[in-house]
Ligand binder design. Structure first.
Ligand code: THU
Length: 160
């Protein structure tokens, strides 16, 4: 038996102003689209802003449903819209932010496992890393240089 250690390296920004300006602008877009989320059940609003290599920006937010599992996260709403409408696009980076009507979210909130798997598919397809920045409503911002970095033991088509 051998033990395998997997290391995860993230960058943490203490303040919004510390972010590169282009990332601040993208994160600002995630704040704006987050306000339009349809989240009457959780009251947890999520915004996803995707920047393409071309400079185009694709936005998405969470869409809930009275039949709870029928709803969809912001990240997948955005990336599936992208997949449907820009099938050949290359994603440069994503900015994610959340807000709760129940409490102030100050902890950087990473994409859920299902969304990581969905983003992974596009990262593998485009053969280049997708940089992701995520945050709460306020507070620190976390950066990962790629999706693969936050999804160890990724399930991909090589297993099929
Ligand atoms: N949600 C997202 O939009 N993205 C995530 O990565 C985690 C959760 C949404 C789904 C649901 O509408 C609400 O947040 C509470 O889970």
């Amino acid at each position: 038996m051998k033990e395998k250690k997997i290391e995860l390296v993230l960058q943490v920004y203490d303040t919004f102003e510390e972010l590169p300006e282009e990332v601040q602008r993208l994160m600002q877009k995630s704040f704006e689209i987050r306000e339009k989320a349809y989240a009457p059940y959780s009251e947890f609003y999520v915004g996803a802003a995707i920047e393409l290599e071309t400079g185009e920006i694709i936005l998405g937010n969470n869409q809930e449903n009275a039949a709870y599992p029928s709803g969809l996260c912001a990240e997948r709403s955005a990336i599936y819209y992208l997949g449907a409408n820009y099938p050949d696009a290359t994603i440069k980076r994503m900015a994610l932010s959340v807000k709760s009507l129940k409490h102030e979210v100050t902890t950087p909130t990473p994409p859920c496992g299902a969304c990581r798997q969905a983003i992974a598919e596009y990262e593998i397809k485009q053969k280049s890393p997708i940089e992701i920045y995520f945050m709460g409503e306020k507070g620190k911002i976390v950066r990962t240089a790629s999706l693969a970095n936050i999804l160890p033991l990724i399930f991909d088509s090589s297993y099929l």
